[in-house]
Design a protein around this ligand. Structure first.
Ligand code: ADP
Ligand code: MG
Length: 681
């Protein structure tokens, strides 16, 4: 067996007659090696089998014909094309070349020799011509066949692209099978190599249910789960000093909190405590819908870490959020435990003081943003890092995070992006998972309404009433153009419009407002200095605004389901009924109507994200796109849920029964994009 998978990891320029220029063009499209190119599938095909005579040509049709060049016409005038007059036994046709050298043209179209050409027929001054023919060759068989058609990248011609692909397909190595017989059998034992060849055959375009396709999907899932399993193992191997505690501070803190924990909160807390007191380093994600109450769980676990003699770093994405966590902690944590907060506004002297107290272990829990991770911040005995709202991290960043803080440091990430289990497996498979599904008992479901734009007056009357009742309003405007993050025109217009109606009661934040100013505005909103906050989607979701109970979302059909759900999660944290108004322009698509219906009928983020994936594909899910996380080429966590389950079982079997992963070395080497750990013996 030829096991030379290394060929696939070569740069494209290693192929015959392909240079650095082409490989650089592809590199810009994130195609770094031959393997990456395998996953750009043919979109259609062009049939060049039928040879036609000049007399039978049709304008605009892609045609293949055999002709004889009879005269060159190379004008010495700039911008005029070079021409070659050609003919067959039925008529004349010109080959027209822009930007081609005479020498090259003479080489491919030598006078008085039969040549096959293929391209789109046009005419000029009543004469047929082919401009920049796609194919020219003396070898008819190269041209006269069905050509797979790929979406082309600027700078690479169809001919060149097919030349690359055909070369690769011809040189594909035979790889030893990594699938177990029972699994390979599910796909009728088709090999990896044959599957790839089929994948690129124009006859199989759209053939997603075939064995070859599913086999490749399975390979992708299996490799991803195996890689995660390995990372997990490598983290579990780290032996730490276990933390010893007796939940000394838990009860009084829950009393101070004033609410009973939900069953899911209790369960999550138990799982975390178990990790803390074990000998392996914790690397866990706490996942729960907005408002499900993750913070209190994290704080209670932090108290156990303090009890066991360690310090805790609690990080939030913004200062206002860090402060909110800090305030909650002050409220519930026993007074004899010193806690502190570092922000960018902390005065230098005070900061030095705080850092000193951290260093000498007087401060037990420190709150702050990511800036807590600075060289200057020295802990005496850091044992626990908690990171809130982390969905902006990728696998590699998480890995480096797990290395931070030293061996004894447990790590808890919190994410408010509820996603289906198969997706969790593919994004967070390197971590252990705790999930809070249940909402706190006192929480009222947010009522969701939809209103067409022309009913704006109804909405404004409603808003007026809410303000008179002492409530606050979020008003969200979408970015007009997602690709230009600076586009805040619609938000500005809305702001001007609302300011006229509600003078001195409206403020705005958008991406051009700098972070510091943003935080001030948010703080003023929190303290009820004004009533309506207009924004694009940029406001962080984690902040509690107890008085904000209404959110108006303009042009709501521009947002995905999960995003709308997260947006409305900003309200309804207090005791007043939360209300979400989805505004839309008329002529909603069927799909958009469906989305609105789902939102109206459910407040369950997990369910909503699943529906969202079904409607939009997982790549568009909130947070996933931005995270820079590798996407699958073929696999889809919703469509291939069954294969995910089989792969999960298979990985568990491998973990149990296979001593090492040598059998999967090729699979992992090829598919491990992030190149996370692989150094298999
Ligand atoms: P998230 O999971 O979005 O971070 P938070 O931790 O911010 O949620 O909690 C949202 C709100 O719910 C907070 O005001 C918090 O005090 C409250 N809360 C949390 N747990 C409970 C509970 N068991 N019962 C009642 N309210 C709770
Ligand atoms: Mg939160």
């Amino acid at each position: 067996m030829n096991n030379n998978y290394e060929f696939l990891l070569n740069d494209i320029s290693k192929l015959k007659n392909i240079g650095k220029k082409t490989s650089n063009i592809l590199r810009k499209k994130n195609i770094n090696n031959i393997f990456d190119l395998l996953w750009r599938l043919p979109q259609s095909f062009t049939d060049r089998t039928n040879l036609v005579k000049v007399k039978d040509l049709h304008i605009g049709k892609i045609s293949t014909l055999e002709i004889i060049p009879i005269k060159y016409n190379f004008p010495r005038v700039r911008n005029l094309p070079n021409k070659v007059h050609c003919r067959d036994d039925t008529g004349d046709i010109d080959c027209v070349f822009f930007n081609s050298y005479e020498g090259y043209i003479k080489k491919i179209l030598p006078l008085n020799e039969k040549v096959t050409i293929s391209g789109k027929i046009n005419h000029f001054k009543k004469k047929y011509q082919i401009t920049n023919p796609t194919y020219v060759s003396k070898d008819k068989s190269i041209i006269s066949k069905v050509h797979s058609k790929y979406s082309l990248t600027e700078g690479i011609t169809e001919k060149k692209y097919n030349f690359i692909i055909n070369q690769i397909l011809q040189k594909l190595p035979n790889l030893s099978e990594w699938l177990e017989p029972n699994i390979a059998n599910m796909f009728k034992n088709i090999s990896w190599k044959d599957s790839i060849i089929k994948l690129h055959n124009y006859k199989n375009i759209g053939n997603y249910n075939s064995n070859f396709y599913k086999r490749l999907v399975f390979d992708e899932i299996l490799s991803s789960l195996l890689i995660f399993s390995e990372i997990k193992k490598s983290i579990k191997k780290i032996k730490k000093n276990k933390k010893t505690f007796f939940n000394k501070f838990t009860k009084s803190s829950i009393n101070n909190f004033g609410f009973k924990l939900t069953n899911d909160q209790i369960k999550a807390l138990k799982e975390i405590n178990l990790d803390l007191s074990s000998k392996s380093k914790m690397f866990r994600i706490l996942q729960g819908d907005v408002g499900s109450g993750k913070t209190i769980v994290a704080l209670l676990s932090a108290l156990n870490v303090v009890e066991s003699g360690y310090q805790v770093a609690f990080m939030a994405p913004t200062e206002i959020l860090a402060r909110q966590h800090f305030n909650l902690a002050k409220k519930i944590i026993p007074k004899n435990i010193a806690i502190d907060l570092i922000t960018s506004k902390t005065k230098k002297n005070k900061k030095n003081e705080i850092l000193l107290e951290l260093k000498n272990s007087k401060t037990k829990i420190i709150f702050g943003t990511h800036s807590l991770f600075q060289k200057k911040t020295i802990f005496n005995k850091l044992g626990y890092i908690i990171i809130d709202e982390q969905h902006k991290f990728g696998v590699k960043q998480r890995k480096s995070l797990s290395d931070k803080g030293g061996i004894d440091c447990d790590i808890l990430l919190m994410s408010a992006t509820p996603i289906p289990r198969t997706l969790t497996m593919t994004i967070y498979g390197d971590m252990d998972l705790s999930v809070i599904k249940e909402k706190p008992m006192n929480r009222k479901e947010i009522l969701t309404f939809s209103k067409p734009d022309e009913k704006i007056n109804d909405v404004l009357n409603f808003v007026k009433k809410e303000i008179n009742n002492g409530n606050q309003i979020f008003w969200v405007c979408p970015l007009i153009d997602e690709s230009k993050k600076i586009d805040h025109k619609s938000a500005m217009e809305t702001y001007n419009f609302l300011s006229n109606l509600f003078p001195k009661k409206v403020e705005i934040i958008h991406s051009k407002v700098d972070q510091e100013k943003k935080e001030i505005i948010l703080k003023n909103f929190l303290h009820k200095k004004f009533d309506i906050l207009v924004s694009t989607t940029i406001i962080e979701v984690g902040i509690d605004f107890p008085n904000a109970n209404v959110i108006v979302i303009e042009n709501s059909n521009k947002f995905g389901l999960s995003q709308l759900h997260q947006l409305r999660g900003r309200i309804g944290r207090g005791s007043v009924q939360g209300k979400c108004i989805l505004m839309f322009k008329n002529n909603l698509s069927e799909n958009a109507k469906k989305r609105i219906k789902i939102l109206k009928s459910s407040n369950d983020g997990f369910k909503i994200s699943e529906e969202d994936m079904k409607l939009r594909g997982f790549g568009d899910l909130l947070g996933f796109k931005q995270s820079g996380e590798k996407k699958f080429n073929l696999a889809d966590p919703i469509l291939h849920e069954d294969l995910f389950k089989i792969a999960e079982t298979e990985v568990k079997r491998i973990e149990k029964t296979e001593k090492n992963l040598s059998k999967y070395k090729t699979l992992i080497k090829l598919y491990d994009k992030a190149d996370i750990i692989y150094d298999l013996a």
